[in-house]
Design a binder for this molecule. Structure first.
Ligand code: C5P
Length: 207
């Protein structure tokens, strides 16, 4: 069974995808991390994330980079959102994601285009949303707990900019697949969001 979990930054999709993977005993891939690694590699190369050539060169990152805590920073998220616009970057990362989705037994993947591009045949597709203020507050508390000094106003502005870039890009924009189940998490805590997600998957998959 393939479960596709898409949605904007800080919607709760990562937490939900992890919980679904544990619940159904499936491997999980956070595809945003791949784009973050590309962005980080471009920065390490001294390249320009807005240049298609430099961004493509960043796709040759070493797997060890995926474990770097720096990838979780807002700065890496911003770089990821810039490199992810380039079609060459998206196609360079396609095979890895597709192979993960197609592994025997199935998988859970979270990202922006899992249900639309990477695994359109997924048995269960969830599209997770939450308001910008709710997502900004979540990200703010997450960063504070991680000991990072951040401002709520900056996070809100950054989220709005990233949303706009992700939704408006020509290649694989952030959009719900027509057959995705929508889950709005603004007023749900972690456990309630996970319970609702499992209920949706149960409804979507054949018994
Ligand atoms: O999910 P996360 O916030 O880690 O993703 C970082 C950025 O990577 C997103 O803002 C988006 O631009 C890009 N991304 C993407 N497609 C995916 C996953 C992430 O374009 N499947």
């Amino acid at each position: 069974m393939i479960i596709a979990v898409d949605g904007p930054t800080a919607s709760g999709k990562g937490t939900i995808a992890q919980a679904l993977a544990a619940h159904y005993r499936l491997p999980h891939l956070d595809t945003g991390l791949l784009y973050r690694a590309v962005g980080r590699q471009v920065a390490l190369n001294g390249g320009d994330p807005d240049s298609p050539e430099d961004a493509l060169a960043g796709c040759a990152f070493a797997d060890a980079l995926l474990a770097e805590p720096e990838l979780r920073s807002e700065a890496s998220g911003g770089l990821a959102s810039r490199v992810s616009i380039h079609p060459a970057v998206r196609s360079a990362l396609y095979d890895r994601q597709r192979a993960f989705a197609l592994q025997p037994g199935g998988a859970v993947l979270d990202g922006r285009d899992i249900g639309t591009v990477i695994a359109p045949e997924a048995e269960a597709k969830l599209f997770i949303t939450a308001s910008v203020p709710a997502r900004a507050l979540r990200r703010f508390l997450e960063m504070q707990n991680a000991g990072r000094a951040v401002s709520l106003v900056d996070i809100e502005a950054d989220l709005a900019a990233r949303d706009a870039r992700d939704r408006n890009r020509a290649d694989a924009p952030l959009v719900a697949a027509p057959d995705a189940a929508l889950l709005e998490t603004s007023d749900l805590d972690r456990d309630a969001a996970i319970t609702a997600a499992i209920a949706l998957v149960e409804r979507l998959i054949p018994a």
